[in-house]
Structure formats: C-alpha cells, structure tokens
Design a protein around this ligand. Structure first.
Ligand code: ADP
Ligand code: ZN
Length: 520
C-alpha cells in the first residue's frame, strides 16, 4: 500500500502537504471520521482524494456542484485516477457504464449528487460494492441556519446506520460556530475529529477606519498606498458602485464598475480586463468575485459594511493570493450601523435573529480594541493565536475610555425625544441638542428648553457621532423599523440607572495611515 506522501508526489505531483492536510489525511486513512473547515482554495479535495486512493475500495464523494463534476472527473482522469460520477445530467447508457465500473472495482472515486442517495436503487448499488470512504463536500448545505440549505443533504444522516464501518469526512469553507455545530449534529459527526485549518492570511494587513469623507479617504488610501495597483472596491448598492467608479476615473485612476444591473457583456468585459490588465480597479457589489482567481490583487477596500464576517473574510480574501503584502481596508461609520440595524429587522423571526447575530459579530470586529486577526480567526474557530502585528489595532492600539456619562447623555436625549410621539428625529438632532445648537429645527420643536440641551460641550460633533455609533454597535441603542429613528433598548435602562459602565473606543482623529508592511 502506498503512503499518503507517495500518492501526493506520484499522482498529484506536489512536493509537500499544506498546513492541516497531512493530519486530516492520516486520520481518514486510518478509518476515522472528520469534519474539516478550510477556506476556499485551502486544498480540501486532496483531504479525501488521497485517502480514497490509499484505502481499498471506492471513495464516494457527495457534492451539490453538479456542473463541476465533469471537470473534476476529467482532471482526475488526466492524472491517471479512475473516477466517475452519477447525476441527473446523464443518460441511461452513461449511468450504466459508471455503475458497471463501480461494481467491477474499476473506480477510485465516484462523485454523486446528493439526491441520488434518496433513490433506493443507488443505495442498493452502493451496497454491492466496496466503499473506502464517504466525502461530504459543501457540508454546510445540511444546515438550515446557513444560507445554502439543501433538503437532500438531510438524507446523509442515514449513512452511519447503513455503513457503520466506512469513515466519513465532511468538508466546508463557510461555517460559523452555529453552522459548524449544526453540521456536526445532523451528520452524526459528534464523535468525529474536527479540523479547522488555514484561515489565517498573514500577508493581508487589516485596517478599519472611521468614515468621515469616504471618497476622499478612499482616494487618499489608493494614492498613498496602492498607486497603479489592482484591487477591488466593494460598495453596497449599484448606484454607489457607479458613482465611485466615475469618481475614481475623474481623478485619473483606472477603474471600471461591476454589478448585476449591468448587461452580461459589459460585466464579462470588465471582468476580463481586470484579469488581464495590470493596475485596474473594479468597483463592485458583492456580485463580483466568485471564482475569480487573480493572484496579484493588492487591496480590497470596503466603503460599506459587509453583512457578516463570512462575507468580509471571503471578500478580503481575494487580496494577496500570491502571498505578497496586501491590504484589506474598510471605512465604516454611523450610517452603516443605522442602515444595517434597520435591514436586520426585515424578514421572519429566524431570519432576523440570524441577521442580528451576523451583524453583531461584524460590528464587534469594527469596534474592537484588540487584534483584528485574532478576532477573525477566533470567529472561524481557529482560537489561541497571538496578536498579529499586521493590523491597525496591533500597530496603533486604540485607546478605550469610560464613556458612561456621555452615553447617559445620549440615552436621556433619546428618551426625551421618544416622548414626542409623532416626531421622529435622527442622530443629527440628538447631537445638535447635546451641543446646544439653536438650529431652526431645534427652535421649532422647542428642544432648547429640554434639560439635556447644551449638556454635551465636552465632545465635538464627530465625537458625538462616534459615541452614538458605538452605542448602536453595543446594542445600547436600537433602530426603530418604520422611520429609522433611534430608540432605547432593555440594556439602556441599566446605563441610565448608573448600573452599567460603557467602555468606548477612541476614534482616531484622522484616519490612521499605517506604513505598508515590508515584503517577505
Ligand atoms: P478547496 O477545495 O479547498 O477550495 P482545492 O482542493 O480545489 O481547494 O485546492 C486548491 C488548489 O490548491 C488546487 O489547485 C490544488 O491542486 C492545490 N493544492 C492543494 N493541495 C496542494 C499541495 N499540497 N501542494 C500544492 N498545491 C496544492
Ligand atoms: Zn493584529
């Protein structure tokens, strides 16, 4: 019997394993069950392909990506691996040939669409052959909590009862702790070893700055740190994509827009230019990026807050695939929080809870005073890493300060404004009241006679905005769904009663401009 390393050399032509691969492969070769979390491009396929070649029998791979099966099988065949697939795209004859090869022991790997396992005939077929392992790819599809739920995946919970001796390895690139737990439970992998590998992208410098004048800040960032370099600028809406692309072009920077509202031909042309040309910037919605493999993307910039850390990680992960220094830069401000808090109120109960959970994690990353990378890795289950030295909070640790009194001032202003039933006031009015500004709107509503009028002279306008933003981020303020007005939460009461302190992060006066990390 070949060892795993021999198969890696001889069949796949690689010198060495990547982080995590060897451990996983040896565990499965020896018959153990595994649940593997590894980012896209991390090298998950070898984790089941090599054990399937080393162990006797056929490795059965369950995958929802029917469109890719032919390519996968072709690629394996080219390497001399005997592989086949069964899915709904085949005619009877093709299916029969694959089934015959399976029964004759002439396959190393058999790819199956999940719905095949719901068919009694498939189960009978598999029972007649020798199976070396089951690999369950895109395992997050079994999770109803996740975003790719496929009912057919639920049938996979039957595997251990039908084949108690056959090891199972489930793999996914996108699992929050909650999804992870659900995969483990639904697939009966509670006893399996869980591997979390390779989420760190050490060459990416993470930086999140407070948004004041986003366009100016973006331009500054591009000119000082990434002149003439390729990168992606993500915006939330199609219209901001258009505006920002135009703004960059007006300022002499090569940029093209990309969003689902453009016709297919324009999209394809812009994508092709991005891949081919040097130093082109794509300004895009999240519609851009899936399956794009450009190694020398030097930066990913976010002008709007992503919905979740999964999104943030996936989008920023498109930078620096070549291993050279790259920057993940984001400008984030009060309006982002208001908008996202409001969006997270849409949909049914379960959807709202999920959105709120994702948003809280995203906001925690934005407002953290500790290493961003540690937080990000921790979220993806890779805990116990040390402060990285290559993120903004490591390089210029932000101060925290006791914001209890300012928080109380904001909260009591919100409380007083809430008594005016028919009127809904935004952040601007709250700050104007605190600063004692006699604007037309303040006078019109008699807000200059409120007891909180003018009690906030200790902070400036933008600092007050920062306080409100952080109160929203911490859940001490909420957004009311109809008008988007700010309202108190249950937790606010504790602060108002002086029972809870409010630590705040001091925003940098100007966006911190960190030096570019040296190459290597
Ligand atoms: P994933 O399924 O995790 O997205 P793949 O299995 O498709 O990733 O692997 C991504 C790429 O990395 C593939 O081109 C693969 O051939 C390559 N790769 C995987 N493992 C190794 C290794 N040990 N050495 C070199 N290249 C590898
Ligand atoms: Zn760090």
């Amino acid at each position: 019997m070949d060892t795993s390393l021999e198969v890696l050399h001889r069949v796949f032509g690689y010198d060495s394993f990547r982080t995590g691969q060897q451990e996983i492969i040896e565990h499965v070769v020896s018959g153990g069950d595994a649940l593997v979390l590894m980012p896209t491009g991390g090298g998950k396929s070898l984790c089941y392909q090599i054990p399937a070649l080393v162990r006797p029998g056929v490795g059965v791979v369950v995958s929802p990506l029917i469109a890719l099966m032919q390519d996968q099988v072709d690629a394996l065949t080219a390497l001399g691996v005997r592989a086949g697939f069964l899915n709904s795209t085949q005619d009877f004859g093709e299916r029969q040939r694959v089934e015959a090869a399976f029964l004759a022991g002439e396959l190393d790997l058999l790819y199956l669409a999940p719905e095949r396992l719901r068919v009694e005939a498939t189960v009978r077929l598999l029972a007649k052959g020798e199976i070396s392992l089951f690999a369950i790819d895109e395992a997050h599809c079994v999770s109803q909590w996740g975003h790719d739920f496929r009912p057919d995946y639920l049938a996979l919970s039957e595997l251990p009862a039908l084949w108690p001796e056959v090891p199972r390895i489930a793999l996914t690139a996108t699992a929050t702790p909650a999804t992870h737990a659900e995969i483990s439970e639904r697939l009966g992998l509670g006893q399996a070893r869980h591997f979390v590998a390779g989420f760190d992208r050490p060459n990416i410098h993470y930086r999140i700055t407070t948004k004041s004048e986003p366009k100016r800040q973006l331009l500054d960032f591009l000119r000082t740190e990434h002149p003439d370099e390729a990168g992606i600028v993500y915006c939330l809406s199609r219209s901001s994509v258009e505006k920002i692309a135009e703004f960059l072009v007006d300022n002499g920077i090569a940029a093209v827009p990309y969003h689902a509202g453009l016709d297919a031909r324009t999209r394809a042309a812009h994508q092709a230019r991005f891949l081919r040309e040097e130093g082109l910037i794509v300004v895009a919605t999240i519609a851009f990026g899936m399956g794009i493999d450009k190694p020398d993307v030097r930066f990913v910039a976010h002008l709007d807050l992503p919905k979740s850390l999964e999104g943030y990680y996936q989008e920023t992960g498109r930078a620096g695939r070549d291993g050279l220094p790259a920057t993940a830069w984001m400008a984030y401000g009060l309006q982002d929080v208001v908008q996202h808090r409001r969006m997270s109120l849409e949909g049914d109960d379960q959807h709202r809870r999920r959105q709120a959970h994702h948003l809280d994690a995203m906001l925690a990353l934005c407002e953290t005073v500790t290493c961003r990378r540690v937080m990000l890795l921790d979220y993806f289950g890779q805990s116990g890493t040390e402060a990285c030295g290559n993120c903004d909070t490591c390089q210029t640790p932000p101060e925290s300060w006791d914001g209890t009194v300012p928080a109380q001032k904001v909260l009591s202003t919100v409380l007083r404004l809430a008594r005016e039933r028919r009127q809904k006031f935004g952040v601007g009015q709250i700050v104007d009241i605190l600063l004692g500004k006699t604007t037309a709107k303040v006078l019109q509503h008699g807000h200059d006679s409120l007891s909180v009028f003018g009690v906030g002279a200790e902070l400036g306008n933008s600092e007050w905005h920062g306080v409100v933003r952080q109160l929203l981020a911490q859940g001490l303020l909420a957004v009311e769904p109809d008008y988007g007005a700010l309202v108190l939460t249950d937790a606010s009461a504790e602060v108002l009663r002086g029972k809870q302190e409010v630590p705040l992060r001091r925003d940098a006066k100007r966006p911190a401009r960190a030096a570019r990390p040296a190459a290597g």
